[in-house]
Design a protein around this ligand. Structure first.
Ligand code: R5P
Length: 281
């Protein structure tokens, strides 16, 4: 049985279709003090697959409750984290800070037999779990979704996304790769990017990143590329967090097309990772 968190209902349904398994209709009861309680009336069977993008504090709590009820009613519990929240906090950046990715990984580990993630921001977060973890790579699915582009330039907006841009290019089968140098002012949040070595003049560019959060990184990169006479700038991203005005920010920058997966469910999440997840289930 597939048990979806409220932020992963479409992906849960797609996974149920792929695997031909039952999809739980999760009921939520809310209390005056703000607490809530989940219920799956017909829970039971060999295996529960809990699918929950942990995009918020509430989503984390939903996940823990789904795991706990699954423990009571199923022989095996598998947890799918299509998007692992807090994965960017994989170390203490300053003295006195927690390693938040470790804290959530350990809490999640207590309620499951194994974990599947999709391209966690830092692969090393897998080490924080106390149960077996497998990471699914959705780069080929992104590549498949792209239209036919003549001699595309796959650009990572920062060094951290170079490997991803290369895997998308490899799966696409043609094109070149390069990256931007990005610096972020942690006081103001402002992102500045220095142009990549490759001349984008007259070329179609596909910017590839794992996460679009505020859209600052992508919009700055799009601006720089049009300044350098790129013919068209597309965006391919794995996890479309799209906080605040991120979507409008990309539109304002002139993005020519946008592809993202349903690891985070947003209006732009047209690429389903369900087939890739099903291979591991
Ligand atoms: C950072 O290392 C990530 O790969 C993304 O580049 C970053 O999270 C994007 O954030 P934002 O959209 O807020 O610039």
């Amino acid at each position: 049985m597939i048990l979806p968190g409220s932020a992963s209902q479409s992906l849960g349904a797609a996974l149920a279709d792929e695997l031909d398994e039952r999809l739980a209709v999760v009921e939520t009861e809310r209390f005056a003090d703000g607490e809530f309680k989940l219920r799956v009336p017909d829970a039971g069977g060999d295996r529960a697959v809990v699918v929950a993008a942990t995009t918020s504090a509430e989503a984390h709590l939903e996940l823990l409750q789904l795991q706990d009820l699954a423990r009571e009613s199923f022989d095996e519990v598998v947890t799918v984290l299509p998007y692992m929240g807090y994965a960017r906090q994989d170390r203490a950046f300053r003295e006195g800070e927690p390693i938040s990715a470790r804290a959530v990984a350990q809490a999640i580990s207590t309620g499951t037999d194994r974990v599947l993630t999709v391209n966690p921001h830092e692969p090393a977060v897998s080490d924080f779990f106390d149960v077996p973890v497998e990471a699914v790579d959705a780069a080929p699915l992104l590549a498949e979704a792209l239209p036919v582009i003549d001699d595309p330039l796959f650009l990572a907006p920062d060094e951290g996304a170079i490997g991803l841009a290369e895997r998308v290019r490899d799966a696409y089968g043609t094109g070149t790769t390069d990256h931007f140098e990005k610096t972020r002012d942690y006081d103001t949040g402002e992102v500045t990017t220095a142009p990549a070595g490759t001349d984008p003049g007259g070329r179609a560019v596909v910017l590839v990143d794992d996460i679009v959060a505020t859209g600052s990184t992508m919009s700055a990169a799009i601006d720089r590329l049009y300044e350098r006479a790129a013919a068209a700038v597309y965006v391919a991203c794995l996890h479309p967090v799209f906080a605040d005005s991120a979507r409008a920010r990309l539109a304002d920058a002139g993005v020519a097309g946008l592809w993202a997966t349903d690891t985070v469910e947003r209006p732009v999440s047209d690429v389903s990772v369900a087939p890739a997840l099903a291979d591991y289930l």
